[in-house]
Design a protein around this ligand. Structure first.
Ligand SMILES: [Zn+2]
Ligand SMILES: [Zn+2]
Length: 501
């Protein structure tokens, strides 16, 4: 009897089974395993399970399991060292909290160091029942936190091309749309998501000016929209230019002065973020305050450039050939040895806009199509970073363009680099799908390749191949698919030759 009582008391006490340090440098998570037993004496009581949180934790995730025989039920809640942080009763076995988002039932906010308390409420356990419980508490630090996005797992496990929208605003910054009364007002996040779903997009990003307040709305909506990745971004908005940042929900100080933007870019880089410059060709100064990119910039910290921006097109600046477009800026970066991905975004500020508005700022009117290992935020960003992506200027459902360079049995696709000796032949193939009657424009180091192209047309496939001689220097190629009316339908990313970046 005495021995049994001692055993039960020992088991009831908090048992710290292990503290593990993960081995990868970018994921120094701590995993606490808390375990114990519940008995009939715990019926209709609240058990407190304390655990220590060190400074610097960015996300706390709790997974609880227990023996459910004999109708044992355990409810869950949590307190931080100072205050109540949420209660999910018996409706969730897993929950997480971070500064700007938390599982519903829980309160996002700072994660103070000190003793936190997991509460196990026990509405029922029979007198003669002994139930084991186990709580795994994962403490994430730094860049490992929040990079995966809000969906707990990929929404599609297939490696594939995915289409989406990378630049929108809602009421969390300056987005507005029709309210119930019919007047215009602050536009809730769900309308942006609904517009993206209507357009059959695989992903949509909400990129508010500097703030992070939209994360919890996206987190909440992601549960209902389980076929569309909702990406949390922000548009770092300075007096010297705008840049979108993805892959982190950490605050990054945007309050730079004297054209010095590198502190922002370095902070983003340290957080493992994906960073691109928005609408760089717009003017700056009183005519458009902070719009153009005039910051002193370490371009090695830039992943991409928004070469197509819906609001720039809608402003009447012309589609691509205008100096206000982002293309000259992007090409200049490539010509100076920076390998950066070209992407597009509508810059939508009104989620009610649809295709029939004729506006390129309607959500999904200009899309970025990216090859990703799965449909998840992390893999989409990895795909964008790799450059295996193209721009669809009409937001179609099915158009494709691919660019391929071959030499000496090796080949490179968009975003990849081919290494070739000076004087060797490079065979460059452009192919497009679902663009009947279109033609190609091929650019080499920013200049139009002025040769007659021979087309192979086979049902919905369009293809051409030309041969160039390698110069032995850094070179790059890109292609546009152009309609018979002269409209650019698709823009490829670059294939690089002998590029060192
Ligand atoms: Zn902007
Ligand atoms: Zn914007």
């Amino acid at each position: 009897m005495l021995i049994r009582e001692w055993f039960v008391r020992l088991a009831l006490a908090l048992v710290l089974l292990s503290t593990q340090m993960a081995t990868t440098a970018d994921s120094p998570d701590i995993v606490l395993e808390l375990a114990g037993q519940l008995t009939g004496a715990d019926h209709e009581s609240y058990k407190e399970v304390p655990f220590d949180v060190p400074a610097g934790v960015k996300r706390i995730t709790v997974n609880v399991s227990y023996d459910r025989e004999n109708r044992t039920v355990v409810d869950l809640g949590i307190f931080d060292p100072h205050r109540f942080r949420g209660w999910s009763g018996g409706n969730k076995a897993t929950f997480s909290l971070a500064e700007t988002d938390a599982t519903l039932s829980y309160l996002p906010g700072p994660l103070p160091a000190g003793e936190w308390t997991l509460i196990l409420g026990i509405p029922n356990i029979r007198t003669d029942t002994v139930a084991n419980y186990r709580a795994e508490v994962v403490l994430e630090f730094g860049m490992s936190a929040n990079s995966k996005g809000f969906a707990p797992s990929p929404l599609n496990d297939n490696a594939d091309w995915y289409r989406g929208e990378l630049h929108t605003h809602t009421a969390h910054s300056d987005g507005s749309c029709l309210r119930q009364s019919g007047s215009n007002g602050p536009c809730p996040v769900y309308k942006t998501v609904e517009a993206a779903v209507e357009r059959n997009l695989d992903f949509v990003a909400v990129t508010e000016h500097n703030t992070l307040s939209h994360h919890q709305s996206l987190n909440e909506l992601q549960m209902a929209f389980d076929q569309t990745v909702l990406m949390s971004g922000r548009e770092i908005t300075t007096f010297y230019g705008h840049a979108n940042i993805f892959g982190t929900t950490e605050f990054i100080d945007f309050r730079v002065r004297d054209h010095q933007i590198n502190s922002v870019l370095q902070a983003a880089s340290q957080l493992g973020a994906f960073v691109y410059i928005n609408h760089p060709g717009l003017p700056s100064g009183e005519v458009c305050m902070g719009c153009g990119w005039i910051a002193e910039t370490d371009y090695s910290l830039i992943d991409a450039v928004e070469v197509v921006n819906g609001s720039v097109i809608d402003s009447g600046a012309g589609l691509l050939k205008s100096p206000l477009s982002g293309i000259p800026f992007w090409e200049n970066l490539l010509n100076t040895g920076h390998k950066v991905t070209a992407i597009a975004g509508s810059d939508n500020h009104n989620a009610d806009l649809r295709s029939d508005s004729g506006r390129r700022t309607a959500i999904g009117e200009v899309t970025t199509v990216v090859f990703a290992r799965t449909l998840s935020q992390q893999d989409l960003l990895e795909g964008l970073r790799s450059g295996r992506a193209f721009i669809d200027l009409e937001g179609s459902a099915d158009r494709f363009v691919e660019l391929r360079a071959e030499a000496g049995g090796e080949h490179a696709l968009m975003g990849e680099t081919l290494v070739v000796a000076a004087g060797d032949d490079i065979r460059v193939t452009v192919s497009a799908q679902n663009t009947p009657d279109a033609t190609f424009a091929l650019y080499h180091n920013g200049a139009l390749v002025n040769v007659e192209l021979d087309y192979v047309r086979d049902d919905d496939l369009l293809e051409t191949t030309i041969t160039l001689q390698a110069t032995g220097e850094s070179e790059w190629l890109r292609a546009e698919v152009v309609s018979t009316q002269g409209k650019v339908l698709l823009m490829s990313n670059a294939v690089y030759v002998n590029f060192l970046d």
